[in-house]
Design a protein. Structure first.
Length: 475
Protein backbone atom coordinates (compact mmCIF):
# COMPACT_ATOMS: atom_id res chain seq x y z
CA UNK A 1 0.00 0.00 0.00
CA UNK A 2 1.17 3.54 -0.78
CA UNK A 3 -0.26 7.01 -0.21
CA UNK A 4 -2.14 6.93 -3.52
CA UNK A 5 -4.24 4.08 -2.10
CA UNK A 6 -5.38 6.01 0.97
CA UNK A 7 -9.15 6.38 1.32
CA UNK A 8 -10.28 7.08 4.87
CA UNK A 9 -13.23 9.22 3.77
CA UNK A 10 -15.47 6.56 2.26
CA UNK A 11 -17.84 4.84 4.72
CA UNK A 12 -17.19 1.63 2.79
CA UNK A 13 -13.60 1.64 4.05
CA UNK A 14 -14.96 0.90 7.54
CA UNK A 15 -17.42 -1.88 6.75
CA UNK A 16 -14.99 -4.63 7.80
CA UNK A 17 -13.51 -2.58 10.61
CA UNK A 18 -11.32 0.50 10.94
CA UNK A 19 -8.61 0.63 8.20
CA UNK A 20 -5.80 0.81 10.75
CA UNK A 21 -3.14 -0.04 8.19
CA UNK A 22 -4.00 3.15 6.27
CA UNK A 23 -3.77 5.30 9.40
CA UNK A 24 -0.45 3.66 10.34
CA UNK A 25 0.92 4.56 6.90
CA UNK A 26 -0.22 8.17 7.35
CA UNK A 27 1.41 8.43 10.77
CA UNK A 28 4.70 7.19 9.30
CA UNK A 29 4.81 9.03 5.97
CA UNK A 30 2.18 11.79 5.81
CA UNK A 31 0.88 12.82 9.26
CA UNK A 32 -0.78 15.90 7.68
CA UNK A 33 -2.29 14.44 4.55
CA UNK A 34 -4.19 16.22 1.81
CA UNK A 35 -7.10 13.86 1.16
CA UNK A 36 -9.25 13.98 -1.96
CA UNK A 37 -13.02 14.41 -1.55
CA UNK A 38 -15.60 12.99 -3.94
CA UNK A 39 -17.95 15.98 -3.83
CA UNK A 40 -15.82 18.68 -2.27
CA UNK A 41 -12.49 20.49 -2.29
CA UNK A 42 -10.64 17.96 -0.14
CA UNK A 43 -9.45 18.12 3.47
CA UNK A 44 -6.38 17.79 5.65
CA UNK A 45 -6.33 14.56 7.68
CA UNK A 46 -4.32 14.73 10.92
CA UNK A 47 -3.07 11.28 11.91
CA UNK A 48 -0.73 11.93 14.87
CA UNK A 49 -1.73 12.44 18.49
CA UNK A 50 0.32 15.61 19.05
CA UNK A 51 -1.12 17.40 16.01
CA UNK A 52 -4.70 16.51 16.93
CA UNK A 53 -4.18 17.85 20.45
CA UNK A 54 -2.55 21.05 19.14
CA UNK A 55 -5.42 21.83 16.76
CA UNK A 56 -8.15 20.92 19.29
CA UNK A 57 -6.62 23.31 21.82
CA UNK A 58 -6.32 26.25 19.40
CA UNK A 59 -9.91 27.39 18.76
CA UNK A 60 -8.74 30.80 17.49
CA UNK A 61 -6.94 29.27 14.50
CA UNK A 62 -9.13 26.19 14.07
CA UNK A 63 -12.81 26.98 14.45
CA UNK A 64 -15.65 24.53 14.94
CA UNK A 65 -18.09 26.45 12.79
CA UNK A 66 -19.40 26.30 10.15
CA UNK A 67 -19.45 22.48 10.02
CA UNK A 68 -18.73 19.38 12.06
CA UNK A 69 -18.60 16.72 9.32
CA UNK A 70 -16.21 16.21 6.40
CA UNK A 71 -18.92 16.73 3.81
CA UNK A 72 -20.41 20.21 3.34
CA UNK A 73 -24.15 20.07 3.85
CA UNK A 74 -26.67 22.43 2.22
CA UNK A 75 -26.91 25.90 3.77
CA UNK A 76 -29.55 26.13 6.47
CA UNK A 77 -29.52 22.39 7.31
CA UNK A 78 -30.26 21.54 10.93
CA UNK A 79 -27.43 19.01 11.22
CA UNK A 80 -24.87 21.84 11.26
CA UNK A 81 -27.20 24.28 13.04
CA UNK A 82 -25.38 27.13 14.80
CA UNK A 83 -27.85 26.73 17.68
CA UNK A 84 -26.37 23.35 18.61
CA UNK A 85 -23.62 23.78 21.21
CA UNK A 86 -21.20 21.35 19.56
CA UNK A 87 -21.13 23.63 16.48
CA UNK A 88 -20.32 26.78 18.49
CA UNK A 89 -16.98 28.52 19.03
CA UNK A 90 -15.67 30.50 22.03
CA UNK A 91 -16.79 32.62 23.73
CA UNK A 92 -20.38 31.72 22.79
CA UNK A 93 -19.69 28.01 23.28
CA UNK A 94 -18.48 28.55 26.87
CA UNK A 95 -21.61 30.50 27.82
CA UNK A 96 -23.92 27.78 26.53
CA UNK A 97 -21.85 24.93 27.97
CA UNK A 98 -21.99 26.51 31.42
CA UNK A 99 -25.79 26.14 31.40
CA UNK A 100 -25.62 22.36 31.69
CA UNK A 101 -22.05 21.52 32.73
CA UNK A 102 -22.88 21.55 36.46
CA UNK A 103 -25.20 18.61 35.88
CA UNK A 104 -22.32 16.51 34.52
CA UNK A 105 -19.56 17.06 37.09
CA UNK A 106 -17.94 13.89 38.47
CA UNK A 107 -19.40 14.63 41.92
CA UNK A 108 -22.95 14.89 40.57
CA UNK A 109 -22.55 11.85 38.31
CA UNK A 110 -21.36 9.70 41.22
CA UNK A 111 -24.78 10.18 42.80
CA UNK A 112 -26.33 8.37 39.84
CA UNK A 113 -24.51 5.09 40.47
CA UNK A 114 -27.40 3.44 42.34
CA UNK A 115 -29.81 4.31 39.55
CA UNK A 116 -27.40 3.11 36.84
CA UNK A 117 -26.89 -0.19 38.67
CA UNK A 118 -30.64 -0.60 39.09
CA UNK A 119 -31.19 -0.18 35.33
CA UNK A 120 -28.29 -2.52 34.50
CA UNK A 121 -29.76 -5.14 36.85
CA UNK A 122 -33.20 -4.83 35.28
CA UNK A 123 -31.79 -5.20 31.77
CA UNK A 124 -29.72 -8.26 32.64
CA UNK A 125 -32.72 -9.79 34.47
CA UNK A 126 -34.80 -9.33 31.32
CA UNK A 127 -32.45 -11.48 29.22
CA UNK A 128 -30.74 -13.80 31.73
CA UNK A 129 -33.30 -16.61 31.62
CA UNK A 130 -33.36 -16.72 27.79
CA UNK A 131 -29.70 -17.44 27.27
CA UNK A 132 -29.57 -15.20 24.19
CA UNK A 133 -30.15 -11.56 23.32
CA UNK A 134 -29.34 -8.75 20.95
CA UNK A 135 -26.76 -7.06 23.14
CA UNK A 136 -26.92 -3.86 21.08
CA UNK A 137 -30.68 -3.38 21.15
CA UNK A 138 -31.65 -4.97 24.45
CA UNK A 139 -28.81 -3.79 26.66
CA UNK A 140 -26.30 -1.34 25.19
CA UNK A 141 -28.97 0.90 23.67
CA UNK A 142 -31.41 0.72 26.57
CA UNK A 143 -29.04 1.63 29.40
CA UNK A 144 -27.85 5.07 28.25
CA UNK A 145 -31.26 5.89 26.78
CA UNK A 146 -33.04 5.36 30.11
CA UNK A 147 -30.44 7.31 32.08
CA UNK A 148 -30.37 10.34 29.76
CA UNK A 149 -34.18 10.39 29.60
CA UNK A 150 -34.22 10.47 33.40
CA UNK A 151 -31.71 13.33 33.53
CA UNK A 152 -33.49 15.35 30.88
CA UNK A 153 -36.92 14.70 32.33
CA UNK A 154 -38.27 13.15 29.12
CA UNK A 155 -41.23 10.76 29.66
CA UNK A 156 -40.54 7.11 28.89
CA UNK A 157 -43.26 7.10 26.22
CA UNK A 158 -41.09 9.41 24.12
CA UNK A 159 -38.29 6.80 24.00
CA UNK A 160 -39.23 5.19 20.65
CA UNK A 161 -39.19 8.57 18.88
CA UNK A 162 -35.89 9.57 20.51
CA UNK A 163 -34.33 6.20 19.63
CA UNK A 164 -35.45 6.51 16.01
CA UNK A 165 -33.95 9.99 15.84
CA UNK A 166 -30.64 8.81 17.28
CA UNK A 167 -30.37 5.88 14.85
CA UNK A 168 -31.16 8.00 11.80
CA UNK A 169 -28.92 10.88 12.82
CA UNK A 170 -25.85 8.74 13.55
CA UNK A 171 -26.63 6.36 10.70
CA UNK A 172 -27.11 9.09 8.08
CA UNK A 173 -24.66 7.35 5.70
CA UNK A 174 -26.15 3.87 6.14
CA UNK A 175 -28.58 2.68 3.43
CA UNK A 176 -30.96 1.33 6.09
CA UNK A 177 -31.44 4.78 7.60
CA UNK A 178 -30.30 7.05 4.79
CA UNK A 179 -32.69 9.47 3.14
CA UNK A 180 -32.53 12.74 1.29
CA UNK A 181 -31.10 15.73 3.21
CA UNK A 182 -34.61 17.12 3.52
CA UNK A 183 -35.72 13.85 5.20
CA UNK A 184 -33.07 14.24 7.89
CA UNK A 185 -34.05 17.86 8.39
CA UNK A 186 -37.68 16.76 8.76
CA UNK A 187 -36.60 14.28 11.43
CA UNK A 188 -34.64 16.98 13.27
CA UNK A 189 -37.64 19.30 13.11
CA UNK A 190 -39.81 16.56 14.60
CA UNK A 191 -37.39 16.23 17.50
CA UNK A 192 -37.40 19.98 17.99
CA UNK A 193 -41.20 19.87 18.11
CA UNK A 194 -40.97 17.34 20.95
CA UNK A 195 -38.49 19.62 22.72
CA UNK A 196 -40.73 22.66 22.32
CA UNK A 197 -43.77 20.78 23.64
CA UNK A 198 -41.88 19.50 26.70
CA UNK A 199 -40.32 22.93 27.27
CA UNK A 200 -43.80 24.46 27.32
CA UNK A 201 -44.85 21.92 29.94
CA UNK A 202 -41.83 22.79 32.10
CA UNK A 203 -42.59 26.51 31.92
CA UNK A 204 -46.05 25.75 33.31
CA UNK A 205 -44.92 23.06 35.73
CA UNK A 206 -41.18 23.20 36.61
CA UNK A 207 -39.46 20.00 37.76
CA UNK A 208 -36.02 18.97 38.98
CA UNK A 209 -34.54 18.09 35.57
CA UNK A 210 -32.40 19.53 32.78
CA UNK A 211 -35.36 20.63 30.68
CA UNK A 212 -36.52 22.90 33.49
CA UNK A 213 -32.95 24.16 33.85
CA UNK A 214 -32.85 25.03 30.14
CA UNK A 215 -36.19 26.87 30.03
CA UNK A 216 -35.15 28.87 33.10
CA UNK A 217 -31.64 29.70 31.86
CA UNK A 218 -30.42 32.97 30.39
CA UNK A 219 -27.48 33.78 28.12
CA UNK A 220 -26.43 37.43 27.95
CA UNK A 221 -29.59 38.38 29.83
CA UNK A 222 -31.97 36.61 27.46
CA UNK A 223 -33.90 33.36 27.74
CA UNK A 224 -32.97 30.59 25.33
CA UNK A 225 -34.94 30.58 22.09
CA UNK A 226 -37.01 27.57 21.04
CA UNK A 227 -34.34 26.80 18.44
CA UNK A 228 -31.58 26.85 21.07
CA UNK A 229 -33.57 24.64 23.45
CA UNK A 230 -34.19 22.28 20.55
CA UNK A 231 -30.46 22.21 19.82
CA UNK A 232 -29.63 21.32 23.42
CA UNK A 233 -32.35 18.67 23.43
CA UNK A 234 -31.05 16.97 20.28
CA UNK A 235 -27.42 17.12 21.37
CA UNK A 236 -27.87 15.83 24.91
CA UNK A 237 -30.20 13.02 23.95
CA UNK A 238 -28.28 11.81 20.91
CA UNK A 239 -24.76 12.19 22.31
CA UNK A 240 -25.86 10.84 25.70
CA UNK A 241 -27.22 7.72 24.05
CA UNK A 242 -25.45 6.64 20.88
CA UNK A 243 -21.82 7.13 21.83
CA UNK A 244 -22.26 5.19 25.09
CA UNK A 245 -24.22 2.46 23.30
CA UNK A 246 -21.28 2.02 20.95
CA UNK A 247 -18.77 2.11 23.81
CA UNK A 248 -20.62 -0.81 25.41
CA UNK A 249 -20.89 -2.79 22.16
CA UNK A 250 -17.31 -2.14 21.07
CA UNK A 251 -16.06 -2.89 24.57
CA UNK A 252 -17.97 -6.16 24.83
CA UNK A 253 -16.84 -7.35 21.43
CA UNK A 254 -13.23 -6.48 22.25
CA UNK A 255 -13.42 -8.45 25.52
CA UNK A 256 -14.83 -11.45 23.64
CA UNK A 257 -11.95 -11.24 21.16
CA UNK A 258 -9.39 -10.90 23.97
CA UNK A 259 -10.29 -13.62 26.50
CA UNK A 260 -7.12 -13.23 28.58
CA UNK A 261 -7.87 -9.56 29.22
CA UNK A 262 -11.50 -10.40 29.95
CA UNK A 263 -10.33 -12.96 32.50
CA UNK A 264 -8.21 -10.30 34.21
CA UNK A 265 -11.28 -8.09 34.67
CA UNK A 266 -13.38 -10.97 36.01
CA UNK A 267 -10.70 -11.97 38.50
CA UNK A 268 -9.95 -8.40 39.61
CA UNK A 269 -12.90 -6.00 39.07
CA UNK A 270 -10.71 -3.17 40.36
CA UNK A 271 -9.18 -3.16 36.87
CA UNK A 272 -12.51 -2.38 35.19
CA UNK A 273 -12.06 1.45 35.23
CA UNK A 274 -8.70 1.15 33.43
CA UNK A 275 -10.29 -1.48 31.19
CA UNK A 276 -12.98 1.02 30.18
CA UNK A 277 -10.31 3.59 29.32
CA UNK A 278 -8.60 1.01 27.11
CA UNK A 279 -11.91 0.23 25.39
CA UNK A 280 -12.27 3.94 24.68
CA UNK A 281 -8.78 4.07 23.18
CA UNK A 282 -8.91 0.82 21.27
CA UNK A 283 -12.36 1.24 19.67
CA UNK A 284 -13.51 4.88 19.93
CA UNK A 285 -17.20 5.54 19.30
CA UNK A 286 -16.42 8.73 17.35
CA UNK A 287 -13.74 8.41 14.67
CA UNK A 288 -13.21 12.09 13.83
CA UNK A 289 -14.37 15.68 14.17
CA UNK A 290 -13.69 18.47 11.72
CA UNK A 291 -12.25 21.90 12.37
CA UNK A 292 -12.05 24.83 9.95
CA UNK A 293 -8.95 27.02 9.54
CA UNK A 294 -9.72 30.67 10.29
CA UNK A 295 -6.35 31.92 8.99
CA UNK A 296 -3.30 30.72 7.10
CA UNK A 297 -1.02 28.52 9.21
CA UNK A 298 1.34 25.55 9.00
CA UNK A 299 1.42 22.03 10.45
CA UNK A 300 4.48 19.81 9.88
CA UNK A 301 5.56 21.89 6.93
CA UNK A 302 2.16 21.72 5.24
CA UNK A 303 0.62 25.09 4.42
CA UNK A 304 -2.95 25.32 5.70
CA UNK A 305 -4.99 28.08 4.04
CA UNK A 306 -7.85 29.97 5.70
CA UNK A 307 -11.07 28.08 4.96
CA UNK A 308 -9.42 24.66 4.69
CA UNK A 309 -11.06 21.69 6.34
CA UNK A 310 -8.87 20.07 9.01
CA UNK A 311 -10.04 16.65 10.23
CA UNK A 312 -8.94 15.34 13.63
CA UNK A 313 -8.66 11.57 13.19
CA UNK A 314 -9.08 10.48 16.82
CA UNK A 315 -9.04 6.82 15.84
CA UNK A 316 -5.53 7.25 14.43
CA UNK A 317 -4.23 9.36 17.31
CA UNK A 318 -5.37 6.61 19.70
CA UNK A 319 -2.91 4.21 18.04
CA UNK A 320 0.03 6.61 17.76
CA UNK A 321 3.21 4.64 18.43
CA UNK A 322 4.86 7.73 19.87
CA UNK A 323 2.30 7.87 22.69
CA UNK A 324 1.09 4.29 23.21
CA UNK A 325 3.59 1.40 23.45
CA UNK A 326 2.40 -1.60 21.43
CA UNK A 327 -0.70 0.38 20.36
CA UNK A 328 -2.42 -2.49 18.52
CA UNK A 329 -2.56 -4.59 21.68
CA UNK A 330 -5.64 -4.37 23.92
CA UNK A 331 -4.27 -3.99 27.46
CA UNK A 332 -6.73 -3.40 30.33
CA UNK A 333 -3.82 -2.43 32.62
CA UNK A 334 -2.48 0.25 30.27
CA UNK A 335 -1.40 3.36 32.15
CA UNK A 336 -1.09 6.18 31.39
CA UNK A 337 -3.80 6.15 28.75
CA UNK A 338 -4.04 9.58 27.14
CA UNK A 339 -6.60 8.60 24.53
CA UNK A 340 -8.49 11.17 22.47
CA UNK A 341 -11.91 9.54 22.49
CA UNK A 342 -13.54 12.32 24.53
CA UNK A 343 -11.85 15.04 22.51
CA UNK A 344 -9.59 17.81 23.76
CA UNK A 345 -9.85 21.47 24.66
CA UNK A 346 -13.08 23.45 24.88
CA UNK A 347 -15.10 20.69 23.22
CA UNK A 348 -14.02 17.92 25.62
CA UNK A 349 -17.01 15.60 25.98
CA UNK A 350 -19.52 17.00 28.45
CA UNK A 351 -20.82 13.53 29.32
CA UNK A 352 -17.46 11.79 29.81
CA UNK A 353 -18.05 11.10 33.52
CA UNK A 354 -21.51 9.70 32.83
CA UNK A 355 -20.24 7.43 30.02
CA UNK A 356 -17.46 6.13 32.27
CA UNK A 357 -19.91 5.43 35.09
CA UNK A 358 -22.38 3.60 32.85
CA UNK A 359 -19.63 1.49 31.26
CA UNK A 360 -17.98 0.63 34.57
CA UNK A 361 -21.21 -0.49 36.22
CA UNK A 362 -22.35 -2.33 33.08
CA UNK A 363 -19.16 -4.40 32.84
CA UNK A 364 -19.04 -5.03 36.59
CA UNK A 365 -22.47 -6.66 36.40
CA UNK A 366 -22.06 -8.39 33.02
CA UNK A 367 -18.75 -10.00 33.96
CA UNK A 368 -20.22 -11.14 37.27
CA UNK A 369 -23.62 -12.40 36.08
CA UNK A 370 -23.00 -13.37 32.43
CA UNK A 371 -19.34 -14.45 32.52
CA UNK A 372 -19.59 -16.71 29.45
CA UNK A 373 -21.34 -14.24 27.13
CA UNK A 374 -20.16 -14.78 23.53
CA UNK A 375 -21.16 -13.71 20.04
CA UNK A 376 -23.98 -15.86 18.64
CA UNK A 377 -23.94 -14.55 15.09
CA UNK A 378 -22.50 -11.83 12.86
CA UNK A 379 -22.43 -8.26 14.15
CA UNK A 380 -24.26 -5.68 12.01
CA UNK A 381 -22.39 -2.37 11.93
CA UNK A 382 -23.62 1.03 10.83
CA UNK A 383 -22.08 2.18 7.55
CA UNK A 384 -20.21 5.31 8.60
CA UNK A 385 -16.88 7.10 8.41
CA UNK A 386 -17.77 9.10 11.54
CA UNK A 387 -18.84 6.61 14.20
CA UNK A 388 -17.87 3.04 15.03
CA UNK A 389 -21.46 2.00 15.55
CA UNK A 390 -23.71 -1.03 15.78
CA UNK A 391 -27.16 -1.97 14.54
CA UNK A 392 -27.26 -5.38 16.19
CA UNK A 393 -25.00 -7.70 18.17
CA UNK A 394 -26.42 -11.20 18.81
CA UNK A 395 -24.99 -12.91 21.90
CA UNK A 396 -25.50 -16.14 23.80
CA UNK A 397 -24.74 -17.23 27.36
CA UNK A 398 -25.70 -19.80 29.99
CA UNK A 399 -29.27 -19.30 31.13
CA UNK A 400 -29.63 -17.89 34.62
CA UNK A 401 -32.45 -16.91 36.91
CA UNK A 402 -33.26 -13.27 37.57
CA UNK A 403 -31.22 -11.95 40.47
CA UNK A 404 -32.76 -11.45 43.89
CA UNK A 405 -31.44 -7.90 43.77
CA UNK A 406 -33.39 -7.34 40.58
CA UNK A 407 -36.61 -8.47 42.23
CA UNK A 408 -35.80 -6.31 45.24
CA UNK A 409 -35.10 -3.33 43.01
CA UNK A 410 -38.47 -3.65 41.31
CA UNK A 411 -40.24 -4.09 44.64
CA UNK A 412 -38.45 -1.14 46.22
CA UNK A 413 -39.33 1.07 43.26
CA UNK A 414 -42.99 0.11 43.65
CA UNK A 415 -42.76 0.65 47.41
CA UNK A 416 -41.19 4.07 46.83
CA UNK A 417 -44.13 5.07 44.62
CA UNK A 418 -46.55 3.84 47.25
CA UNK A 419 -44.69 5.70 50.00
CA UNK A 420 -44.88 8.90 48.01
CA UNK A 421 -48.62 8.34 47.59
CA UNK A 422 -48.86 7.73 51.34
CA UNK A 423 -47.27 11.10 52.07
CA UNK A 424 -43.79 9.88 52.95
CA UNK A 425 -41.89 11.63 50.14
CA UNK A 426 -38.83 13.51 51.39
CA UNK A 427 -39.16 12.58 55.07
CA UNK A 428 -36.19 11.75 57.22
CA UNK A 429 -35.97 8.16 58.52
CA UNK A 430 -33.97 7.48 61.70
CA UNK A 431 -30.65 5.69 61.11
CA UNK A 432 -31.82 2.54 62.91
CA UNK A 433 -34.63 2.13 60.43
CA UNK A 434 -32.38 2.79 57.44
CA UNK A 435 -30.35 -0.25 58.50
CA UNK A 436 -33.33 -2.59 58.72
CA UNK A 437 -34.24 -5.09 56.01
CA UNK A 438 -37.58 -3.59 55.08
CA UNK A 439 -39.71 -2.54 52.11
CA UNK A 440 -38.12 0.90 52.02
CA UNK A 441 -34.44 0.07 52.71
CA UNK A 442 -33.34 0.00 49.06
CA UNK A 443 -35.10 3.28 48.39
CA UNK A 444 -33.41 5.22 51.19
CA UNK A 445 -29.74 5.51 50.09
CA UNK A 446 -30.63 7.81 47.24
CA UNK A 447 -32.53 10.10 49.62
CA UNK A 448 -30.19 10.33 52.60
CA UNK A 449 -29.10 13.82 51.68
CA UNK A 450 -32.68 15.06 51.30
CA UNK A 451 -33.67 15.52 54.94
CA UNK A 452 -37.20 16.81 55.06
CA UNK A 453 -39.25 17.43 58.19
CA UNK A 454 -38.64 14.76 60.82
CA UNK A 455 -41.62 12.66 61.82
CA UNK A 456 -42.03 10.43 64.82
CA UNK A 457 -41.27 6.74 64.46
CA UNK A 458 -44.89 5.91 65.15
CA UNK A 459 -46.02 8.20 62.31
CA UNK A 460 -43.60 6.50 59.94
CA UNK A 461 -44.75 3.03 60.93
CA UNK A 462 -48.42 4.00 60.67
CA UNK A 463 -47.82 5.20 57.13
CA UNK A 464 -45.91 2.06 56.24
CA UNK A 465 -48.83 -0.12 57.28
CA UNK A 466 -51.31 1.71 55.07
CA UNK A 467 -52.99 -0.58 52.53
CA UNK A 468 -51.41 1.28 49.59
CA UNK A 469 -47.88 0.49 50.81
CA UNK A 470 -48.68 -3.05 51.89
CA UNK A 471 -50.34 -3.79 48.57
CA UNK A 472 -47.30 -2.65 46.59
CA UNK A 473 -44.87 -4.55 48.76
CA UNK A 474 -46.64 -7.81 49.52
CA UNK A 475 -48.94 -7.91 46.46
Amino acid sequence: MNLDDIDIASPDSYQRGVPHEQFALLRREAPVFRHREANGPGFWALARHEDIVRVARDPDTFRQSPALFIEDLPAGNLRDSPDVMINMDPPRHARFRALVSRGFTPRIIRRLEDRVREVVTELIDAIAARGRADFGREFASELPMRIILDLMGVPREEQPAVLDFSLRFFGALDPEYQGAPQDLDALLRDMEAVAHRLAGERRRDPKDDMLTQLVSAEVDGEKLSDSQIGGFFRLLLSAGHDTTKNLLCNGMQTLIENPAERRLLREDPRLIPSGVEEMLRFTPSVLYFRRNASRDTEIHGQQIVAGDKVVLQYVSGNRDEAVFPDPDRFDVRRTPNDHLSFGQGAHFCLGASLARLEARVAFEEILRRLPDLELAGPVARIRSNWILGFKSMPVGFTRRRSSASGVAARRSAAAADAMRTAGLSGIWIPRAYRELESPFTAWLPGRREQRGPQRSTSAVLRALTRPSVQRFWYG
